[in-house]
Design a protein around this ligand. Sequence first.
Ligand code: SAH
Length: 218
Amino acid sequence: MDRYAAEREEMVQRQLQSRGIKDDRVLDAMRKVPRHLFVSRNQETRSYWDCPLAIGLGQTISQPYIVALMCEALELTEDSECLEIGSGSGYAAAVMSELCHHVITIERIPELADLANTNLKGAGYSRVDVRCSDGSLGYSRKAPYDAIAVAAGAPATPKTLQAQLKTGGRLIIPVGRNHHYQDLIRIRRLSDNDFQSENLGGVAFVPLVGKEGWADPT
Ligand code: SAH
């Protein structure tokens, strides 16, 4: 127990359960992961607020509800092999690692890959691998995956990511032609060539920048 345990419990009840998050494993993971160890010191008191927070370099740690929603939609089990695109602070990767067997998380900005790695190790998550590369191309060396979470908005679903799903695997990705507003889409691979797509609702993520994402603005 740490001094934020009561705030986390309140977060779970007021932000997650009240909005329909039901999976007990996801709720327990959100109760457990110390989000305050993934935000900058000057924002620590806001760690459990119902909003995203800046983590530097124009990027954000996602709102707790969105992390829980994505984890629930990914249908993670203890055996799942998972890939996350957009490590940022490392927080969502920590939540995912509470729910599955192994997580690889990819970040394109080297400073943030270092930040995610430092935060994850500092919070005791030694089983998460952080890699620095263009995650719009996934990570073929360890493919296929049971679950892929993309934490940045793409103009269209990257075909390479779909191809890295196992049969039965799930990909959650924000997709939209606007740089900052997207639909959260769940894609399920039914067979080699068959993919089912569902819209889980409107979201606002930072852009996925890369070969199968948006062009680099710099
Ligand atoms: N999951 C994070 C939040 C991620 S914000 C957390 O829990 O804190 C989105 C992140 O995606 C940013 O850090 C951004 O740099 C990264 N990103 C954008 N395009 C990317 C790409 N092509 N490959 C990997 N990371 C990317």
